[in-house]
Design a protein around this ligand. Sequence first.
Ligand code: PRP
Ligand code: URA
Length: 208
Amino acid sequence: MSVQEIQHPLIRHKLGLMRRATESTKNFRELAQEIGALLTYEATKDLPLESYSIQGWCGTVEVEKIAGKKITVVPILRAGIGMLDGVLSLIPGAKVSAVGVVRNEETLQAQTYMEKLAPNMGSRLALIIDPMLATGGSMVATIDLLKKAGCKEIRAMVLVAAPQGIAAVEQAHPEVKIYTASIDQGLDSNGYIVPGLGDAGDRIFGTK
Ligand code: PRP
Ligand code: URA
């Protein structure tokens, strides 16, 4: 199974607050960042470590550091920016690779309009962030783009996922692991996740 619904009580509590339609822009924004950080903790749990020696206060000490690939965080613009600071609070040295994808609200097709990737994508672990995985079109387009740029290891973190979006990613890119705060019921006739959060980008940026 390539999807993990994270059951941590802090995540469940914070997501509950985000679902309230009257939650302020300020609170919604803060909660998106906080859940972004908590998902990062879960999505990086299995990163390999290596030992090295340092001079501590009482002599040589064996300590550990994260080994292997450097991380690039990939926010899907625009709403992915709403999780970025939370993710970077735990991985402050990560390079940020921005990908602009917008969903046509009538056809629900994803259109890529910009990319600005970190150098040497082939030697990085890409952590894609986007609050919403609805039909999956935007996520699949982003993974396609990252693979074209040479990425070999890709993970995705979303606040809310619809079963249809999970299935689309699993079908196109079965090796990509998805970490989500919730797997919701499905999509409405406009392609919005139910119960979902509404339009996450509008709620994060206050553009509604
Ligand atoms: C939203 C959301 C995802 C996408 C999900 O972005 O942030 O990127 O829709 O839908 P999908 O799974 O059906 O592709 P939107 O296109 O509204 O753009 P925005 O981030 O600029 O608000
Ligand atoms: N984009 C959103 O912001 N919300 C949804 O429910 C679906 C796509």
